[in-house]
Design a binder for this molecule. Structure first.
Ligand SMILES: Cc1cc2nc3c(=O)[nH]c(=O)nc-3n(C[C@H](O)[C@H](O)[C@H](O)COP(=O)(O)OP(=O)(O)OC[C@H]3O[C@@H](n4cnc5c(N)ncnc54)[C@H](O)[C@@H]3O)c2cc1C
Length: 382
């Protein structure tokens, strides 16, 4: 268990559930807990965001049902996000074909501005009665009986604050900030990274485009405000050796694409950002008095367009486990086996989709995925 040095502690509040991370998983957990037990005391701890924009905007069709169930559907519709008509793929051959959401269910989804989407979710959690502790990063954990004391560092003043919680839901994304302090490990099945840029869109093509190349694939998706997010998806070592985090090289690379470049209507807006997009899982995804949800529990390749839907769903299920635990029932093992089973199913589907692309048998990027060479790349980290 990782502790902080005690300096100035401002105050200590007590909660039934502390939720670390206020993304889709954390908000779903908060809203669902408050629906199940309206008097429950919930704190959501959210670290400051230094990014002016975030990758991960295409919401799969299934999000409607879950947002409706959580009571956020009206505000989501009112935000005026763009309907998406699915995914166009240049994958396995030179010609594009339509594929309603590559790995996910059929139907129409949405292109959302992630900053606005996350703000809308935060407002819904606050309105429902969650205490939103913003601009505070979890920096240490002490075991208490019962529950935990969490140490939070304020971004603005660097001062420390603590809170106590009987149960913790870790929804801090791929960092799994709480679980890693309790000794859980991330096991990654590949080293996929997305190097992303925002550009003006040329035209108003609403389908997300994925375009396979010899050493990775391009992802591009329309955003509100006629902007386009374009991401080069490849393995960390290949990106490094080709220096594709370098703006000029990235631009030259996208110019060599056949279809993606046609969607770009002007120069890069701001700088490139790189995000981890590895397929990875947390082991274990629960412990005594805590559970991980969303990307903290398992993170998928963006090819799936499933990250947000999965985060909303698992946040909701995590709330059931939390309530069970608070009321003396233990359903965490069952949750763990759901995460495990879903991850195994996802890996199989992912192998199938990567296996559709046979044009570059000598390419390390594809052979790692198609011939199972990616097993050599499996890494474990705390
Ligand atoms: C390049 C790329 C493209 C993607 N495209 C799509 C897409 O089109 N569609 C889709 O559905 N998904 C997509 N995803 C995946 C999607 O972004 C994630 O699956 C989703 O955001 C997971 O939600 P979450 O709530 O689990 O975690 P996050 O959204 O990552 O939220 C975690 C929150 O925890 C906070 N936090 C972290 N550490 C701490 C700490 N120590 N203390 C307090 N707070 C903390 C962070 O500030 C953050 O707000 C993409 C991902 C990548 C990398």
């Amino acid at each position: 268990m990782q502790r902080c040095t005690r300096s100035t502690v401002e105050r200590e509040d007590e909660y039934d559930i502390a939720i670390v991370g206020g993304g889709p998983a954390g908000v779903a957990a908060a809203l669902s807990s408050l629906q199940l037990r309206p008097r429950i005391r919930i704190a959501v701890v959210e670290a400051p965001r230094h990014d002016s924009w975030r990758a991960g905007e295409t919401l799969a069709p299934g999000c409607q049902e879950i947002l409706r169930g959580l009571g956020c559907w009206d505000s989501f519709r009112a935000a005026g996000f763009i309907d998406s008509t699915g995914t166009r793929a240049v994958w396995g051959g030179a010609d594009p074909y339509d594929n309603d959401f590559l790995l996910s269910a059929h139907g129409s989804g949405w292109h959302a501005d992630r900053t606005r989407f996350d703000a809308l979710l935060c407002q819904a959690a606050r309105d429902a009665g969650a205490n939103w502790i913003t601009c505070a990063r979890l920096c240490g954990v002490d075991r208490e009986q019962p529950g935990f004391r969490l140490w939070l560092r304020s971004a603005a003043t660097e001062s420390l604050q603590t809170l106590r919680a009987r149960f913790v839901i870790d929804s801090s994304g791929r960092r799994a900030s709480f679980a890693s302090k309790c000794g859980a490990r991330r096991v990654a099945d590949d080293h996929l990274i997305g190097v992303c840029g925002l550009l003006p869109a040329h035209g108003r093509e609403r389908a997300t485009l994925v375009e396979a190349q010899a050493d990775g694939w391009w992802y591009s998706s329309l955003l509100p405000g006629s902007r386009l997010i374009v991401a080069w998806m490849s393995d960390a070592d290949l990106i490094r050796s080709q220096r594709l985090c370098d703006t000029e090289r990235w631009i030259a690379h996208v110019r060599q694409s056949e279809w993606t470049r046609e969607r770009i209507g002007g120069p890069l807006l701001g700088s490139l950002r790189a995000w981890s997009a590895r397929s990875e899982r947390l082991i274990p995804a629960h412990g005594d008095g805590w559970i991980a949800a969303g990307d903290a529990a398992s993170a998928y390749d963006p090819l799936s367009s499933l990250g947000i839907l999965k985060a909303l769903r698992s946040g909701k299920i995590a709330s059931f486990v939390a309530i069970d635990w608070l009321e003396g029932r233990d359903s965490a093992e069952r949750y763990e086996s759901i995460v495990e089973r879903e991850y195994a199913g996802y890996c199989e589907t992912k192998r199938y989709f990567y296996g559709q692309e046979q044009r570059w048998p000598g390419s390390p990027f594809w052979s790692r995925r198609v011939n199972g060479d990616d097993a050599k790349w499996r890494t474990v980290k705390n």
